[in-house]
Write a protein that binds this ligand. Sequence first.
Ligand SMILES: Cc1cc2nc3c(=O)[nH]c(=O)nc-3n(C[C@H](O)[C@H](O)[C@H](O)COP(=O)(O)OP(=O)(O)OC[C@H]3O[C@@H](n4cnc5c(N)ncnc54)[C@H](O)[C@@H]3O)c2cc1C
Length: 423
Amino acid sequence: MALETLRLILKYSPQILSFALQLITQRIRAIIHNKTYISTENPKHVLIIGGSFAGIQLAKRLAETLPTGYKVILIEKNSHFNYTFNFPRYSVVRGRQERAFIPYDGLGRGNPVGVFEQIRGTVVKIREDEVVLEDRRIIGYEFLAVATGVTQAPPAKLLACEKTGACGELKALQDRIFESNTIAIVGAGAVGVQLACDIKTFYPDKVVTLIHSRKKLLTSFGRKLHDYVFGKLGELGIEVLLGERPSLTANGDWKAEDLTFQNGSKRLFDLIIPCTGQSPNSSLLASFSPSSISFENGQILVKPTLQIITDSKLDSESCLTNIFALGDVADTGGAKMARAGMMQAQVVCSNIIASISGGKMKAYNPSPLEGSLKLSLGKDNGVGYLQDSDGTEILVPLKGGKVDFEVGNAWWHLGAKYDEKNF
Ligand SMILES: Cc1cc2nc3c(=O)[nH]c(=O)nc-3n(C[C@H](O)[C@H](O)[C@H](O)COP(=O)(O)OP(=O)(O)OC[C@H]3O[C@@H](n4cnc5c(N)ncnc54)[C@H](O)[C@@H]3O)c2cc1C
């Protein structure tokens, strides 16, 4: 175990060091850019659709690198950045949910005047050189990046685009959890596991059942993580049912319902919380470039340069040369994690700059580090986990962190002021 850990530390140290050096270089270049970028009257647009982890990181990088004559425009439908990492916790713990909604108005602070703009709106159509918003505004682009992520049922993602409505959804679930005695969580991915552990540790008297269709918890990770988490769930007194796929009629109204199991038995739960499935928000390409959407998983097909693949033969390599996709919506081969989307943003930024200046394009090479996990297992425990490309798993038991985890860092990352007094 210790040897494996040491081997992985040695293996990934150069990668971490090189990334740290890259960040320092980027900071220095950003300072120079700040002094040399000149705002012009009709700059060409680099549009980003989607202002979450991937889109924000791309906007930040472009705002400190685009040459004079270009500006970045970020289009996002939500009133606030949704810090989804804390949604499971704020579905259980009452009165803290506002912290998960971060204002966007700090973005672009510190960047040269005219290089960054944010637009609140929903893109409904992509055309060859412009996008159309729901309110019929039309915005032209020279380059476009699609970072529209995935849709998941609440509480993993919320339905409302306004902060007040989104907080209301979390509050409604807090109330239902508070008043329910028997609670079933269907789906034991990271969100389901986290939610089950939070309910059981903040409300130890409730009967919590975690149901999963596969025989292994956290299906996309390795066996060691399953074994560890399975043990912890047992210690907490959470009932785990594996290999069960009860049909769900629950539709987010959090009502009491019967679940039917494989052997025909039925059980009534006061509350059922589905934590299953996600669908990529790729439909914007359905009429513009239908062949760019994967039949297998609905994600947007991309080349290693993260340019969108098409078979419409717009160029010899069958890709849309000025349109990129990144983050959870894109079929990149990388982990479906925020860190991966942020690394992809570095590649897309480099490739847009290379396209403008005639430089060489970069390829995205997913690293196992991007798929590493810090999973909370209730208020007192957690686990750090990394699976190497050869399957080796490293697992580090962790103590439970702060009740709000690292939400303050996310505020800082978006240039917003996190002040406990405001909540
Ligand atoms: C509960 C939960 C906990 C998680 N915990 C972790 C964690 O601890 N660590 C980690 O690395 N990852 C974690 N993840 C995964 C991580 O959140 C995702 O990988 C990440 O959010 C993907 O970022 P994204 O920018 O690609 O897409 P998304 O976060 O899905 O965002 C897409 C954005 O695009 C916007 N959008 C979509 N369509 C349009 C449109 N037509 N017009 C305008 N805007 C649009 C949406 O409003 C949204 O803001 C967690 C996920 C969940 C659900």
